[in-house]
Ligand binder design. Structure first.
Ligand code: WQD
Length: 356
């Protein structure tokens, strides 16, 4: 019997890639999403890519009744991967209460129902943002949390703490926090990828918009940092590698004999790339020219942030395997497909429970 895994936010960018990774590794994912920041067409594209019929429940993690419906329809869920959250740093600064209420209530609702239904295995979508304004890279997990740079980061810190205390409280929960660095790229099919309903703010989607003319240029936020070329350094990993990390995390939870277990892991490549190096890599892969505009530093940006990934390798047996060039190539294919219109008819979000 395949283990059923509830994937909240499973229609999102990382969530949809993780759904594919779960299917490829013998799990049976169930998507729960309110489609507030994802395109319903992704469900049909997942079916197209995988050939699988993926159960989808439309609902909001902040609504206990919606969530209870999932557990009623699927009484044999073995674990939960909780992605569902707002994730824009800038938006969280502009509207902190939206982030506190959504990101915290959604998690506590999921935890409550896991407890009520004796589901012991939870993987939490956390972020390198929990390290706050520490400028010491490579960042190691034992470094602990710093002062959060945004309300978004604070919600991720809160989420980790709540899960850690639930484990310490002896609820019999086994939970892991995966601290993502900078996911980029897309599934090689070009059918799923970063598809925010609003304008992107992250480097690679903005870069691609500049290349396709949706933006006049890519502003390089800061060229006077103390780095090898003056631009900021980040740890960019292929979103499919990130998806695989969630499978390794679930495998680890199911194999761990401990009844109360909490752990956190950096999920990155362990290598840093500057903004100019990303631009150069993109131009080399696509043979396209990126129109750039050197600009002032962006508030809140750190000079250098990349991961020490020793722990994920030794305990989860996970290591990023896809190159930056492949991530940029796959991301560009997705960007062109998404810009030239969908290849799969738009899917209505009507109805609560459906199977793709
Ligand atoms: C990367 C680099 C910018 C845009 C954010 C969140 C983090 C995580 C990943 C959720 C920086 C530079 C960017 C542009 C630029 N999200 N840049 N011009 O800020 O490292 O991390 O996304 O977990 O929590 O904070 O990613 O892609 O915004 O920026 O020069 O138009 O690219 O200055 O150095 P960031 P980013």
């Amino acid at each position: 019997m395949k283990k059923q895994i509830l994937v909240t936010g499973g229609a999102g960018n990382i969530g949809s890639h993780t759904v594919l990774a779960l299917l490829e590794n013998g799990y049976e994912p169930i998507i729960f999403d309110n489609f507030s920041n994802s395109n319903g067409a992704v469900i049909d594209r997942l079916a197209l890519i995988s050939g699988a019929r993926i159960p989808v429940v439309t609902g909001d993690c902040c609504c206990l009744i919606d969530l209870q419906m999932v557990f009623k329809c699927f009484p044999n869920i073995s674990g939960v991967i909780h992605f569902a959250a707002h994730k824009s740093v800038a938006e969280s600064v502009a509207n902190p209460m939206k982030y506190y209420s959504n990101n915290i209530v959604s998690l506590t609702n999921v935890m409550k129902l896991c407890r009520d239904h004796l589901i012991r295995n939870i993987v939490f979508s956390s972020s390198a943002a929990v390290y706050g304004e520490s400028d010491q890279s490579p960042i190691v997990e034992t470094q602990g949390m710093g002062k959060p740079a945004s309300p978004y980061a604070l919600t991720k810190q809160f989420g980790e703490r709540v899960l850690e205390m639930a484990v310490e409280g002896g609820d019999g929960i086994k939970a892991l926090g995966l601290r993502y660095f900078n996911p980029v790229g897309a599934h090689p099919s070009g059918l799923i990828g970063e598809d925010p309903l609003g304008p992107p703010a992250n480097l690679v989607p903005v870069l691609m918009d500049a290349v396709t003319g949706r933006r006049p240029s890519l502003q390089v936020f800061g060229t006077d940092y103390d780095t090898r070329d003056g631009s900021c350094i980040r740890d960019y990993l292929h979103v499919s590698d990130l998806a695989d990390a969630h499978v390794c995390a679930l495998n680890h939870l199911f194999q761990t004999s401990e009844t109360n277990y909490w752990n956190v892991f950096n999920i990155g490549t362990g290598r840093g790339s500057t903004v100019f190096e990303i631009i150069e890599a993109f131009e080399a892969v696509t043979n396209m020219k990126v129109p750039i505009l050197p600009a002032g530093r962006r508030e809140g940006d750190l000079r250098e942030v990349y991961a020490d990934v020793t722990k994920a390798k030794t305990i989860l047996g996970w290591k990023a395997s896809r190159s930056l060039a492949l991530a940029l190539e796959d991301g560009w294919r997705w960007h062109l497909q998404a810009q030239n219109g969908t290849t799969v008819p738009e899917r209505g979000n009507g109805g609560n429970v459906s199977v793709a």
